[in-house]
Design a protein around this ligand. Structure first.
Ligand code: COA
Ligand code: ZN
Length: 319
């Protein structure tokens, strides 16, 4: 335990990674309310939307309107996904201060996702990142399928390292390694992330776990043991990937916050406020959400559940 970071930074990706997978259209107003509620939970960074082709992700076609209306809140960064120069122009126009470019460690996945080879995407991003840095933006780089690809299977760790180094080379500040289909195990994390850490310092890396096979929290802990202290999660466990069939949601923000609270690792994030924010989306979607803590808190908040109330008083969720 002693080598674990005492503080973890959570990057909330629900409004982008979470909502992009919902086929039922959600109004800009509802998205806005969700983001505002998240911003009041103590989160430092929220990925609010995505300036991709509106036909690729129709749910986020309102990115321009949404992003330009986000209020400036001290201490909260609103970021957005950008696939190319056109996306950057839109992000700049909307007043976004942090962007994320994204490629993959698998050729097949990248081709299906952004219709470019990894090499072409890196060339495109070089221009995008240079321009973004000139405009004083900060830039994060995602590597999808960093462990397992739905088309190519296990991804060699050397390939992930190559792409991560190339992204840092072109000026991204931080690389987020994504387990896009949520299939990795803690051993994959030890092997791939451990290997990458020989060349790239931990503070330049974030981990982005999905929970398809139920390994996301175990993977997070494995990454923490390696010294990683930034994790991407999604309120309510919303999400999936439209280009990776069967991929479940991201690790739920509530689930990570609960675990870290009990471990006395600081996040600065209020679990109940995240629950309230994701409950807005649940009401909008008219269904329950996936994260374990969301389900537990929903059951506990039901007035007609005295046993849940009794259980609540038995132990401290937060130190
Ligand atoms: N925003 C809006 N329009 C865009 C755009 C963007 N970021 N990028 C390109 N376009 C428009 C171009 O202006 C062009 O329009 P025109 O036909 O009117 O001239 C048209 O789209 C085709 O441009 P092209 O550069 O050939 O793009 P493409 O069709 O090869 O699509 C991407 C490439 C990357 C834009 C598209 O595949 C995409 O947005 N993918 C995102 C997938 C995603 O978000 N996945 C989930 C995240 S992990
Ligand atoms: Zn994701």
């Amino acid at each position: 335990m002693s080598s674990l970071s005492r503080r973890v930074k959570i990057v909330e990706v629900g409004p982008r990674d979470g909502l992009q997978n919902e086929t039922e259209p959600i109004s800009t107003k509802a998205k806005f309310a969700f983001i505002q509620a998240l911003a009041e939970s103590g989160l430092q960074e929220i990925e609010a939307t995505s300036f991709v082709h509106p036909k690729a992700i129709p749910q986020l076609a309102d990115a321009d309107t949404l992003a330009s209306r986000l209020e400036k809140i001290p201490g909260v960064i609103f970021s957005a996904l950008v696939p190319n120069q056109k996306g950057l122009e839109r992000a700049l126009q909307a007043g976004i201060k942090k962007i994320a470019v994204f490629t993959a460690a698998s050729e097949t996945f990248n081709q299906k996702n952004i219709r470019m080879s990894i090499e072409t995407s890196l060339k495109e991003f070089e221009k995008v990142v240079t321009q973004a840095l000139k405009a004083k933006l900060t830039v994060r780089g995602y590597i999808s399928t960093a462990f397992v690809c739905p088309y190519e299977g296990d991804i060699p760790r050397e390939k992930v390292l190559d792409v991560a180094e190339a992204l840092l080379q072109i000026g991204v500040e931080e690389v987020s390694l994504g387990d896009t289909i949520g299939a990795a195990s803690p051993r994959d994390v030890q092997e791939t992330v451990g290997f990458i850490l020989k060349k790239i310092p931990a503070h330049k890396l974030a981990l982005h776990f999905h929970d398809t096979y139920g390994t996301a929290l175990a993977n997070t802990y494995a990454a923490m043991e390696l010294g990683i202290s930034t994790f991407d999660t999604s309120a309510g466990g919303l999400g999936g990937c439209p280009y990776a069939l069967g991929a479940a949601g991201n690790l739920g923000t509530e689930d990570l916050v609960y675990m870290l609270n009990r471990m006395r690792v600081e996040t600065g994030v209020n679990l109940h406020k995240i629950f309230q924010a994701s409950s807005l989306v649940s009401a909008e979607l008219k269904r329950d959400l996936q994260s374990r803590q969301w389900q537990r808190l929903k059951a506990q908040s039901a007035d007609d559940n005295p046993s849940a109330v009794n259980r609540k008083s038995l132990f401290k969720e937060e130190p």
